[in-house]
Design a protein around this ligand. Structure first.
Ligand code: WQD
Length: 342
């Protein structure tokens, strides 16, 4: 058995797909999750896919005592992938203190526990949201970060700085931040996928729920942007491709292949795709029509953002492989499985 890796938020959407890829790569995985935004049965589903049941402990890393108890018990951890955080942009605007407390205190407790118990390697789940609306596209890692559009985005930026300063101050910690663009799709087995609670905030789960008949219609938030078809452009990345980027980052840290002790990479496809193009591709691929209507812009949306992936491709040694078509098909296969649709 290869090294033991802690995945916080490991029953979540990206976390669960990453646990599967870590297991496929031979790592032993421990999940810590408070199940505030995911279900315990995801652990069963991970086992169904990989044949290996990850260790699962249910608590919130904001609880300092439980966090230290955990690290004392699992004192053979070789690295951590940190997903656990609240991540709803809109909710963060309504409840900023909850976001700052949950997302930042949990990270600081974890770094303190890393120092105490000698865990040296951290991969952090960051987001392209730290770039705001970039002045120049595509976005490279040298693109200046901008003031976040939401408290959620601000917690990602502050977390990156907490990690950067901790790496500088504590010789025993090395870190990689992965700045995701827009993760979409589901595992090809349709055994795990995105399962948003309540009304989905994100585009693709709203599309699949509308196509499944759970939602009346998709609202397209604006077609008057300065883009070819007027709708916003994003860089949609397959969640399994994204999960594999974490395994590459873990190997880079464990094998000390890094060029500096704190690195960050844009994890995207490099292709900008509009909302209307996503809709058209989904319908073309699945053959399923659904209602949608153009409405006013959504506050806080950036007009367009997509990644320059040269650093991830050439330095990290990772590249997105799956097409948009197969990714949208995987999202639809997952929705059909969840809703019992043939
Ligand atoms: C994509 C596009 C919407 C819903 C957010 C976070 C980011 C990351 C991913 C966590 C936009 C449009 C959406 C709908 C629509 N989250 N849209 N109708 O806002 O790019 O990124 O989620 O890490 O940090 O900021 O993703 O899927 O919400 O929106 O027209 O019902 O789809 O306007 O242009 P976003 P999204």
């Amino acid at each position: 058995m290869k090294s033991k890796i802690l995945v916080t938020g490991g029953t979540g959407y990206i976390g669960s797909h990453t646990v599967v890829e870590l297991q496929n790569a031979g790592f032993e995985v421990v999940i810590v999750d408070d199940l505030s935004n995911s279900e315990a049965e995801v652990v069963d589903n991970i086992e169904k896919i990989s044949g290996i049941r990850p260790i699962f402990e249910c608590f919130n890393l904001v609880d300092r005592e439980k966090t230290f108890e955990f690290f004392k018990k699992h004192n053979d951890l070789k690295a951590i992938i940190h997903f656990a955080a609240n991540k709803a942009v809109g909710e963060s605007v309504e409840k900023p203190l909850m976001y700052y407390q949950n997302n930042l205190i949990s990270l600081m407790n974890m770094i303190e526990a890393m120092r105490t118990y000698g865990v040296e390697n951290l991969v952090f789940s960051s987001s392209c949201t730290v770039y705001g609306q970039p002045d120049k596209l595509p976005v490279t890692e040298a693109t200046p970060r901008k003031d976040a559009e939401s408290p959620y985005g601000n917690t990602k930026r502050i977390s990156e700085d907490i990690i950067k300063d901790s790496v500088a101050a504590y010789q025993g910690i090395n870190a990689i931040a992965l700045r995701y663009f827009n993760p979409i799709g589901a595992h090809p087995t349709a055994i795990i996928g995105e399962l948003p609670r309540g009304v989905p905030a994100n585009l693709v789960p709203f599309i699949t729920q509308t196509a499944a008949g759970l939602r009346q219609e998709l609202k397209v938030f604006g077609d008057d942007y300065n883009t070819p078809d007027g709708s916003c452009i994003r860089d949609y990345i397959n969640v399994v491709d994204l999960a594999k980027a974490h395994v590459v980052a873990i190997d880079r840290l464990l094998e000390r292949k890094y060029e500096s002790r704190y690195e960050f990479f844009n994890i995207g496809t490099g292709n900008g795709v509009s909302v209307l193009e996503i809709i058209k591709t989904f319908i073309d691929v699945t053959g399923v029509e659904f209602n949608y209507k153009i409405v006013d812009r959504r506050a806080g949306d950036v007009e367009q953002i997509y990644a320059d992936t040269a650093k991830a491709n050439n330095v990290l040694g990772w590249k997105a492989e799956k097409t948009l078509a197969e990714t949208l098909q995987s999202a639809w296969d997952w929705e059909k499985k969840v809703r019992g649709i043939e």
